[in-house]
Design a protein around this ligand. Structure first.
Ligand code: XMP
Length: 319
């Protein structure tokens, strides 16, 4: 067991593989992949220990970034993981229909995630264990007043007929240590350095009601922002960045005609642990370029603003 001293990634992997083998033997383990670093590193560790006795489930809730489901699924397959991609966007949009309150929306997304995941888990014959990419800050946060974060990924949320033992090989690690372990397991640097992304995905960045049309607008705007950050060499200097679709419209003028369309906010912050965050001083010319491209290329957007609020008091996510 990792004892809290400076992490030696190679040794950690060897020990974790042994521990996982001893814990689960020849049993079937299931794991929900999110596309993020923690669940991916968890999957690779367990795969190393028990191979295809690990059944991964990757749910598309329709709230991922542009092309993310297809790209990440292919990446998982090329890593040799035993993974099932489940397209469930319709169920999520149906569950969120008419909901504008952020907390109710999070609950609806969380409950639907559990329902979809439970259906898939029941279909895996003889599954005995549930693996999770829990890391130390998740545990520390759930002991504090931020207990709701990631609640929808917790085993406690699964229906009573599903009794799984828990496998959490990363639970004593910090994020940067998870990245070191991921590197040791051969994960691509670009993947390891991806910004954190919330479980409810763009659902908490598409303010008020979620519809496929509004999510599509947000995905397009977000992709332009993120692509520009990569191009300008800024992506790796930032803890987290993304676009937000506001629940208001504003007037504009295009080709001499009045428009009344959506507003996109851009957010880019630096942080150490996400408990506090500072706004990044992005170059003004960069912001102007991104704004122009979004307005020109994304139908239904005629205005872009930059969020300059630190955390606290503003949270990183708007909902
Ligand atoms: P806030 O908005 O509280 O976010 O400043 C702090 C960090 O947590 C992420 N976040 C989440 N991560 N499930 C997650 O896995 C969630 O429901 C969730 N909500 C916020 C957020 O992206 C930021 O990195």
């Amino acid at each position: 067991m990792y004892n809290g001293e400076k992490l030696a990634p190679k040794q950690f992997v060897e020990d974790a593989v042994k521990e996982i083998k001893a814990q689960v033997g020849n049993d079937i383990v299931i794991l929900g992949l999110s596309g993020g670093v923690d669940s991916t590193v968890t999957a690779l560790l367990i795969d190393k220990a028990i191979g295809h006795n690990l059944q991964c489930i990757f749910v598309d809730h329709g709230l991922l970034r542009k092309n993310e489901f297809e790209t990440v699924l292919k990446n998982y397959e090329s890593l040799g993981l035993n993974v099932k991609g489940v397209r469930a966007a319709d169920r999520f949009f149906a569950a969120c229909k008419g909901i504008t309150d952020p907390e109710l929306k999070r609950k609806a997304i969380g409950k639907t995630f559990v329902d979809v995941f439970a259906d898939e888990a029941r279909a895996v014959k003889d599954a005995k264990w549930l693996a999770q990419g829990t890391i130390w800050p998740d545990i520390a946060e759930s002991k504090s007043d931020k207990g709701t974060i990631k609640s929808h990924h917790n085993v406690g949320g699964l229906p009573e007929d599903l009794h799984f033992g828990l496998v959490e090989p990363l639970k004593y690690l910090y994020k940067y240590e998870v990245r070191e372990v991921g590197k040791e397991l051969g994960l691509d640097r670009k993947f390891l350095e991806r910004h954190p992304f919330p479980g409810p995905g763009l659902g908490v960045r598409c303010l008020e009601e979620l519809t496929p049309e509004r999510i599509h607008i947000l995905q397009e705007a977000d992709a332009i922002f993120i692509d520009n950050l990569y191009e300008a060499g800024l992506y790796d200097k930032i803890w987290q960045a993304g676009a937000i679709l506001l629940p208001i419209r504003s007037t504009g003028v295009t080709d001499g005609r009045r428009t009344y369309e959506n507003v996109i906010a851009l957010r880019a912050v630096n942080s150490v642990d996400a408990v506090t965050a500072e706004v990044i001083d992005l170059p003004f010319e960069f912001l102007q370029k991104v704004a122009k491209e979004i307005i020109a290329q994304v139908d239904g957007v005629n205005r872009v603003v930059f969020d300059i609020s630190p955390k606290p008091p503003a949270t990183i996510e708007w909902e």
